[in-house]
Design a protein around this ligand. Structure first.
Ligand code: DX5
Ligand code: ZN
Length: 226
């Protein structure tokens, strides 16, 4: 059996005219977190969700709301997302000149703090901040869109980060992996050290999304790790 992991379905691939339905799917499937992709059409070439939508989600679910900010000047949005009801707020290292300030702002709201890096950003860029965050979001696709293919080199990167965290007594920092996660590669990602898996199109692009969520957990349980 593989180690415990959390599944965070990304509502980016859900029907935006029926977000309550998406929350129900996550409930029925037994998902752990709800992953919310925030895009500003500047940091990434797409435009999605802001604090008012998170506020509505908050009214309709007890689940942990995980906000992934793909925006420049993330410091401006920390307080609004915290007030809207986010439980974790993740920002991108590439999006700010002052990561310490963003981390302190998120920490000040009492929410969990996440730091993310694009596939091409060296891991060394986030090392100075790891002792101040709760999770590292490893992008396994170029941020901006759902439905892309998993970048194979991501598995080695997850292993490298996991080892670094262990060697530096930072095992409390969780690794979240986002992009191209499917039923067929989930176990590879978990074995490499992924603690929280984000899955968008695999869940919401399916005819039976509740079953896909359940299958993620069942597959991991049925796998014997060596
Ligand atoms: C991409 C987003 C992802 C996206 C994942 O920028 O951060 O969360 O929704 O979608 P899939 O699982 O389809 O790659
Ligand atoms: Zn995301």
């Amino acid at each position: 059996m593989l180690s415990e992991f959390k599944l965070a379905p990304s509502i980016l691939s859900a029907d935006f005219s029926d977000l309550k339905g998406a929350l129900n799917i996550c409930d029925e499937g037994g998902a752990d977190w709800i992953h919310v992709d925030v895009m500003d059409n500047q940091f990434v070439p797409n435009l999605t969700i802001g604090p008012p939508v998170v506020k509505s989600l908050r009214k309709n679910t007890e689940k942990f709301i995980d906000v992934h900010m793909m925006v420049i000047n993330p410091e401006n949005l920390v307080e609004p997302f915290a007030r809207a009801g986010a439980d974790n707020i993740t920002f991108h290292i590439e999006a700010t000149d002052n990561p310490d300030e963003v981390i302190d702002l998120i920490r000040g709201t009492g929410k969990m703090v996440g730091i993310s890096l694009k596939p091409s950003t060296p891991f060394s860029e986030i090392k100075p901040y790891l002792d101040k965050v709760d999770l590292v979001l490893v992008m396994s696709v170029e941020p901006g869109f759902g439905g892309q293919g998993y970048i194979e080199g991501s598995t080695a990167r997850i292993m490298e980060i996991k080892k670094y965290l262990k060697d530096n007594c930072l095992e409390r920092v969780q690794i979240q992996v986002d992009g191209g996660i499917k039923l067929h590669n989930a176990n590879e990602v978990i074995s490499a050290g992924g603690d929280i898996l984000v899955a968008g199109s695999e869940v919401f692009g399916s005819e039976n999304p509740q079953k896909v969520i359940k299958d993620f957990y069942a597959n991991a349980k049925s796998t014997v790790s060596i």
